[in-house]
Design a protein. Sequence first.
Length: 586
Amino acid sequence: MSFPSREFDMKSTNNNSYNKSNIRKYRWVLLLGLFIFLLNAPTSSLAQQGSISIGDTVEITSGQGLRLRNEPGLNTTVIVTLPFGTQMQVVSGPRTNIDGLTWWELEGAPGQGWAAENYLKTVGEIPEASSSNDLSSCEPPYPAIHYCLPKGNDPHVILIDLNNPHVRIETVMANDAKSVNTSNREIVKSMGDRYKVKGAVVVINADYFGGGHGPEGFTVVNGERLDGFAKGDDDEGAVYRSSIAFSKSELDGGNSPITVNIQHFPEDQFTLDANQMFNAVGGGPQIVFNGTWDWTRGRSQNRDESYRSCKSEVVDNDVINRECFQKTGDWDSASKPWTVVGKTTDGHLVILLTTYSNVQSALETNKVQAAIKLDGGGSSQLWYNGKSIMPSVPGDARPIADGLAVFYKNDYQIIDGPPQWPVAVSGEKLDLQFTLKNTGADTWTQKDYTISLIKNPWDDTSLKIKLPYDVKPGEQITLNWQSDPIDKSWGIYNLDFQLMDHENEFPNEPISTKIIVIPQDLAEKKQELERKIQEWKDKGTKDIEKEITKWINRQINGFWKSLFKDCNLSLIALIIAALILYRRSH
């Protein structure tokens, strides 16, 4: 069949009318193609970034804190965990990583590094950093525990980030006594040396004690109360003075951040909340209330009966801030050593060892909102990172009944690997290798530590890798893993490794990779795919997984099937529309 030829003169009114008529007739085709195009068109990466841009001030919105990393990506080194509400300045970005997250480089008082956009929101101008966050004069052996010694040798200040999931706090009894009805005594250095292998970084003295009696006040060790009537302790020590309690940490099966509560019980009949009072020590008095220093001294004859401050038969007791103590006459002499523990509004615990003359100013400098005095004088002791700091000569220390220990445990840094997007042929084995560094304070023993495949193509959570030897803090270990023959059809599968302390997962993000399984028919193309993946990496391709899937489809289905399977429908619709218009116009 032949079609009559037509000549078109762009100046001809009739021809123009014919063209307009055809365009009107088929404009629905164009509109349909445009609709499908807009529906399927990919959203630009910049549009997905929300309102964050370079120069903005952002605030951390994650209740568990947000990890600041040295490079974009979940498998990079963690510099510090930024507590909820921390404000930082955006200095560069965005960067989209193969993990699918968008990353921004931030700068502020805690340091400089990269953070995922998911838990950031823009705020106004960044305020001047509070001194409790100013760690420039502190020694940071661990990301969450800082020892600060601004001038000379006093005051000693330890800042602890309670949002960091690797931190835990525990009451330590002298010689690990199981009761307060004991004469057990031990110096803090001995406690620290004993618990260092378990990850202890800080130990300080805790409660007051007397002859033949251990800690006098409220005492809880890992959820078990050791004082009170039920334990044969009838001195009501938990009532007469305040105490400080710590909730479970993430390492204890609780939620980070750790909560801190300073309380004064009206009576000894109460139900122990083992989650919120997982560890607790007595002490007193409370000396900071809602950010305000308070030091009010009195005598037992003038006590407030509603607080049952002192036993009526004891007439020489002092009442300080409505709490009862014996013979406190020299407590507020300028040179008297004090041990103090307090909390700030930005999620830090402050441990302070100094003389009375420096206590108030040190607490105010660190913006402490609530604080309690613990035993002082000859009992004031600080063990830090394997050394006795106060007193500097351990033999000068006074044996005490209990201490308060801070642990930094179960942390690792990925030094090398595992490779991202390793390729395996269906029916064959896969070999992976990766190197980790123990950046915690705990030794990874062969007996207690393993590596579990918490996510794998076989959905088998029993798969584990045993450590070939013990790994001490600061040491590295290279691990090799070989799978069984992979019996899966072609596809992309998640593979996540996680270190385990007994049956408890480390709080770190897992060691993750995605493995590619190709059918045996494509075995000879394995190296070609590996080269393509490297090219996509070098180019910074955003969706490598999509490119891999398209490549495999092409090999399996051939060019045309792959074209119709992978091409955007909008492009096809526009091509069809153009062809129809062209045909009608000629």
